[in-house]
Ligand binder design. Structure first.
Ligand code: ADP
Length: 410
């Protein structure tokens, strides 16, 4: 039972799950074959999803339906009743009490004995398993029925999970497509708006530039820019989530940390923030996506600068500890209170500590950092205290030299 249930739950692919269920049941009950059917209560139609015949049951002569075939069950009252009450049913051609309709069905298919188990997940019928013996008459002991029921309940959970998993995959695809389409379609009109805001600003007669008009134009510009960053962040997140690992390569993370820190210097300088870098290693190979890690590091350093009042300090540290590459960025900023810290990595979450209301953002940056780092086999961490500052960091596994990897594989 243990190994059968392990087999059933070893995959999320629906067809494989079904094949494993049928195989486990036939083997566990030493029967010649097993079928898994999908059942529609309204039409009373059962559609064959999987057929499994035990390799050694060559002399079994049952006429099994093929996957895709539909069985009309409205002529089989006993079968319908068992499905409705979600209870197992034993059918034997040699049993004189077997009703005529069911007997005919068994004979047509040259089945000697069959055990039918409804597959039920969370009280809902999601299919039917049929274990068949076509070589000889046999009865099923209560122990065997119990065994089949145990497998059926695990199989139902596995099947339900694989169905949900497929639904999630489908939804995920639809969502990605929608985000991509909406973002692309929004980009052009938004750029248009931003362009015209600047044009109006330039063509406005200085004599007409009242403080109100200046405020209205500023507000328009800020709103349009917020929408622009939202679209950019959504697209980046989407790109990261759909990028294939086959495009990954080995590169120097230490160099990337240097490059990103340098590119953040201008915004730190404008706000009189001292941005320093302390690197303990000049070369630190990592295996992954340079674009994604650049974005993650840039988000963390960018946040440290953004959430630190003018004149503060930001220190980036990069080191190697054994097989781990450690990155952190410490600031003397506003900090985050403990009750808001737990939600930091959720999409669209913004902590909104007092004093940070004027800082623009989308709440997508940290969620991207977490996705990227975890995809690369690492972990993010943070420490923060209101009014003192925050440290955000992550570790990543260092890329193994080719020789070491080869040795590990052997
Ligand atoms: P945002 O676009 O709002 O900056 P993030 O996902 O990057 O979104 O960050 C989520 C929230 O976490 C921010 O809105 C901010 O409240 C908080 N946060 C992130 N980094 C820091 C930091 N270094 N110091 C203080 N608060 C931070």
């Amino acid at each position: 039972l243990y190994s059968a249930s392990r087999t059933i739950t070893s995959t999320l692919d629906r067809d494989e799950v079904l094949q494993h269920i049928a195989q486990s049941m036939a083997v566990a009950l030493e029967c010649s074959s097993a079928l898994i059917l999908d059942y529609q209560a309204e039409t009373k139609l059962a559609q064959v999803l999987t057929v499994y015949r035990v390799g050694t049951a060559r002399n079994a002569n049952e006429a099994l339906p093929s996957p895709g075939n539909a069985l009309q069950l409205d002529q089989l009252p006993l079968v319908l009743e068992s499905i409705a009450s979600q209870r197992p049913l034993i059918l034997r051609a040699a049993d004189p009490t077997t009703p005529q309709a069911e007997l005919l069905w068994l004979q047509q298919r040259r089945i000697q004995s069959a055990l039918m188990i409804p597959l039920v997940a969370q009280g809902e019928l999601i299919g039917v398993a049929l274990v068949i013996e076509g070589r000889r008459d046999r009865s099923f002991t209560s122990n065997e029925v119990f065994k089949a029921q145990t497998l059926a309940s695990q199989a139902s959970v596995a099947l339900r999970q694989s169905l949900l998993f497929n639904e999630v995959l489908e939804l995920e695809k639809v969502k990605s497509e929608m985000i991509r389409m909406a973002s692309h379609d929004l980009r052009n009109p938004l750029n248009n708006i931003l362009g015209y805001i600047e044009l109006v600003n330039m063509t406005l007669d200085p004599a007409q530039q009242t403080p109100e008009i200046e405020e209205y134009m500023g507000s328009l510009r800020r709103s349009a820019k917020t929408m622009q960053s939202l679209i950019d962040d959504l697209l980046t997140l989407e790109r990261v989530e759909s990028e294939r690992e086959s495009e990954w390569q080995e590169f120097d993370l230490s160099g990337l940390v240097y490059e990103v820190t340098e590119s953040e210097q201008s915004s730190a300088f404008l706000r009189n923030i001292h941005l320093a870098l302390a690197r303990e290693v000049d070369h630190a190979p990592v295996f992954g996506s340079m674009t994604q890690l650049r974005q993650a590091i840039s988000n963390l350093i960018g946040n440290a600068v953004k959430y630190t009042p003018d004149g503060g300090q930001v220190e980036v540290q990069f080191a190697r500890e054994g097989q781990r590459l450690q990155f952190s960025v410490k600031d003397t900023g506003y900090g985050i209170s403990p009750e808001r810290q737990t939600r930091l990595f959720e999409r669209f979450y913004r902590a909104r500590e007092p004093g940070t209301d004027h800082i623009p953002g989308t709440g997508l940056g940290l969620s991207l950092v977490k996705t990227v780092i975890e995809r690369h086999g690492g972990q993010v961490w943070y420490e923060s205290e209101v009014g003192v500052g925050s440290t955000f960091g992550f570790w990543l596994p260092a890329a193994q030299p080719a020789g070491v990897q080869g040795a590990a594989l052997m």
